[in-house]
Ligand binder design. Structure first.
Ligand code: TRP
Length: 453
């Protein structure tokens, strides 16, 4: 494993991890989940989950990845040879494939809306009607399937052709651009007439609105957003040099990720109220609201609003791709490194499986809307299965592995770089306590309550 590539610097590590973390999870999923679970109170739980549970899991994955410089399967084989832990490896192959399938549907919607932005479809004179564009588009059959296929094809092409590095380098420019655009949109969104109720919704917690499964939804969202529980962060950390500070990189990634999500909330939710859309409208929420914002913006300057809309959907697309390639990479790395399959075949195999599931997910907004699995459409079923169960289970097992199976000194060694990082040495006892006791117990409790409730 000596000839493995390495990231060049701390900034490069954070950029790659943030590239995986920041994506549709922040901009599409966060606002609509916040809307479904009642606003500010949910955001508070989410923030606590991020720091108390998700960051320790992220660091657990990082410890395993950098210790072994291998994929999940190989890592388990090295650290716990001949044990059942290798099945955790299997979980980390299956889950990202399912996630990638429905993620590609949403990636496809972003493509379609980029196209709508390019053809100047969000006009001030149809501001009230643009909110309906999403349901009209997503409920048809072929358009969304073609877009899903294109997004998935782009992901596979990037993985296969080795331009992954190029895309990640490009995201160094597009991420800051996206960040500024979200800030501009948020600033505009809160000036819309009727938006103040949306701002209140985001900052004034109403704990009476919290339902029983809000905890598992908040945890699921924070895992989804940080790409946890499926070995993505493990793989990325396996490329991190020994001299790098894992705690600082992990905390930096978590901070950026949260900032993007919360800002996206402020960009979307005030406009949701201004447009009279129901906050609990579900997965289409962002795609119903943004065209409304751009159309309204057009009244003040058509060209500026068109440029903002185009850049916005373009940068979201890049953010989505840097996430989707991280999902596909887990499975491809496994097949290439462990099964000795060629990179082309591995990519094609995963592409084909994702396409089949992706088509079913896409159709579940239209012709297959009435087809339910355990009371959910195929799309929602896949999302719930992964976010609330499979990723949670994976995360739980990673924390148990690092807290109980690995010896404490190896963990300390990784997180403090053999004692060189003095500050990390001071933080370590608290962190280790979180990893060993707090995370597994809390996650198990939330997981079980989700199963029975
Ligand atoms: N975190 C990404 C987002 O917010 C999605 C993602 C990338 C992901 N890799 C993952 C989610 C692995 C779960 C598992 O858009």
């Amino acid at each position: 494993m000596t000839n493995r590539e390495h990231f060049g610097s701390r900034a490069a590590v954070i950029m790659a991890m943030a590239g995986s973390a920041i994506g549709l999870g922040n901009i599409w999923r966060f606002p609509y989940i916040v809307g479904e679970y009642g606003g500010a109170a949910f955001i508070l739980i989410y923030i606590v989950c991020c720091f108390m549970l998700s960051l320790p899991i992220l660091l657990s994955e990082a410890v395993i990845g950098r210790r072994t410089h291998q994929n999940t399967f190989g890592a388990m084989g090295t650290l716990a040879p001949g044990t059942g832990w290798k099945w955790l490896g299997l979980l980390t192959i299956v889950t990202p494939v399912i996630i990638l399938s429905y993620y590609s549907v949403v990636g496809g919607w972003s493509l379609a809306f980029l196209f709508k932005a390019l053809t100047l479809s969000f006009r001030p004179e149809n501001a009230e009607a643009v909110t309906g564009m999403f349901s009209e588009f997503s409920s048809s059959a072929w358009g969304p399937i073609a877009c899903t296929l294109t997004f998935l094809g782009l992901t596979a092409f990037i993985i296969f052709s080795g331009v992954k590095k190029g895309i990640e380098r490009f995201s160094k420019i597009s991420m800051p651009v996206l960040f500024v655009l979200i800030l501009v949109i948020a600033a505009y969104s809160i000036t819309l007439p009727g938006s103040s109720e949306g701002v209140r919704y985001l900052v004034r917690p109403d704990f009476s609105k919290l339902t029983g499964d809000a905890f598992s939804a908040a945890l699921g969202q924070s895992f989804f957003s940080l790409s946890l529980g499926v070995g993505t962060m493990l793989i990325y950390s396996s490329y991190v040099r020994k001299e790098e500070d894992l705690i600082a990189s992990g905390a930096g990634t978590a901070m950026f990720d949260m900032l993007f999500a919360i800002l996206a909330g402020f960009a979307v939710m005030p406009a949701v109220f201004a447009a009279g859309i129901a906050p609990a409208a579900g997965p289409g929420l962002v795609f119903e609201t943004l065209p409304f914002i751009f159309a309204k913006m057009g009244a003040g300057g058509r060209i500026i609003s068109a440029v903002i809309a185009i850049l916005f959907f373009l940068t979201i697309l890049v953010a989505a791709l840097t996430s989707s390639i991280s999902m596909m990479e887990v499975g491809v790395a496994y097949m290439v490194e462990e099964k000795k399959v060629s990179r082309g075949k591995a990519t094609l195999g995963i592409f084909a499986i994702c396409l089949v599931i992706g088509v079913l997910c896409s159709l579940s907004f239209g012709p297959l809307a009435g087809f339910k699995l355990a009371g959910n459409t195929v799309f929602n079923f896949c999302d719930k299965l992964c976010s609330n169960y499979l990723m949670t289970l994976g995360a739980l097992l990673f924390s148990i592995f690092v807290g109980w199976k690995m010896d404490k000194e190896s963990v300390r060694d990784e997180l403090t770089n053999g004692g060189l990082l003095k500050l990390n040495g001071k933080i370590f006892p608290v962190l280790y306590f979180l990893i060993k006791y707090v995370t597994p117990i809390t996650i198990a409790a939330i997981f079980i309550s989700g199963l029975i409730g």
